[in-house]
Design a protein around this ligand. Structure first.
Ligand code: GLU
Length: 296
């Protein structure tokens, strides 16, 4: 095979904070179907950089749940915790290019700076960083590292949601690349890994869509080619929030994998299947609605 389909590389990138639940299987299934429908490869990356949130053994459980549902990666899974040297070298490049800077601010410093600027804290949302350390630390010790974000809208196309835009400087500000506790930020790790693993298509839950403009900015700053993005519908809990462990999502019971897959497929607008798992998956590949023609 030649052309884009031959190069397609997709991934599912769960954080091992617990077993998969009905919501996470939607993203897993969608990313697998998209890869198969394009004749591509499908990888699994365990995103265990936020170590305090990781649950020991959850990675193995997730891989077993995926396998029980017939979703087996084409290459050995990767663990972000083993890839710190790559993140460090990306940060070094950004610092050398003047794109990243050290930040000495604590949460309290940021709140005080925002209050002094008359910018109230928005409920449930972190206020944009006020840029205190953009021009130096003024003798204070470095705690974290941030990307310098310029004003202007980032525009991008989501394969399901259509045209999207965000003024990252206005809505998020200079965002964290390495946290004050020394842990790598999700944004940096995901951008470095997607590029290093040659990922051409990112398929993930819609709750992550508003991270995309930050990731596009980081790709530009690191001179990396952006993948195509498709954000899948979220499974909502009875309280209307995204289904998560916090609002009672149950671990996926893969003793009946077809039932789990049918529930996930329904979220993607795919019809229920009644045969064995491999046949069900093959039928959904055949009717996958998000097929991109070469050059899209
Ligand atoms: N690790 C992230 C999560 O589980 C997903 C990251 C991504 O797909 O970009 O929410």
């Amino acid at each position: 095979m030649t052309g884009p389909a031959a190069r397609y590389r997709g991934r599912f990138a769960p954080s091992p904070t617990g077993p998969l639940h009905a919501g996470s299987l939607v993203a897993a299934l969608a990313s697998w179907l998209d890869a198969r429908a394009h004749g591509g490869r499908w990888l699994v990356r365990i995103e265990d950089v936020d170590t305090p949130r990781c649950v020991p053994g959850a990675d193995a459980v997730i891989l077993q749940q995926l396998a029980a549902c017939g979703l087996v990666p084409d290459e050995p899974p990767a663990w972000q915790s083993a890839r710190g040297a790559l993140y460090q070298s990306a940060l070094d490049r950004l610092v050398a290019a003047g794109r990243a800077y050290a930040c000495a601010c604590s949460r309290k410093d940021i709140e005080e700076a925002l209050a002094a600027l008359g910018r109230p804290r928005l409920r449930g949302r972190e206020a944009p960083y006020p840029g205190t350390c953009r021009h130096g630390l003024r003798g204070r010790p470095a705690r974290a590292w941030r990307l310098r974000v310029s004003h202007g809208c980032v525009e991008w196309h989501d394969r399901r949601l259509g045209p999207q835009r965000q003024d990252v400087a206005h809505e998020v500000g200079d965002f964290i690349l390495r946290r004050a506790d020394g842990l790598w930020a999700y944004q940096l790790a995901v951008v470095v890994d997607d590029a290093d693993q040659g990922i051409t298509h990112v398929v993930r839950g819609e709750d992550l869509a508003d991270n995309t403009p930050r990731q596009l900015l980081l790709q530009q700053a690191l001179d990396l080619a952006p993948p195509a993005y498709l954000h899948t519908p979220l499974v909502l809990a009875p309280d209307g929030e995204k289904l998560s462990k916090q609002n009672g999502a149950q671990p996926l019971d893969v003793r009946d994998p077809l039932a789990c897959l049918n529930a996930a497929a329904a979220q993607l607008g795919l019809p229920p299947q009644h045969g064995a798992v491999p046949e069900a998956l093959a039928a959904w590949v055949d009717s996958w609605p998000f097929l991109q023609s070469p050059g899209d």
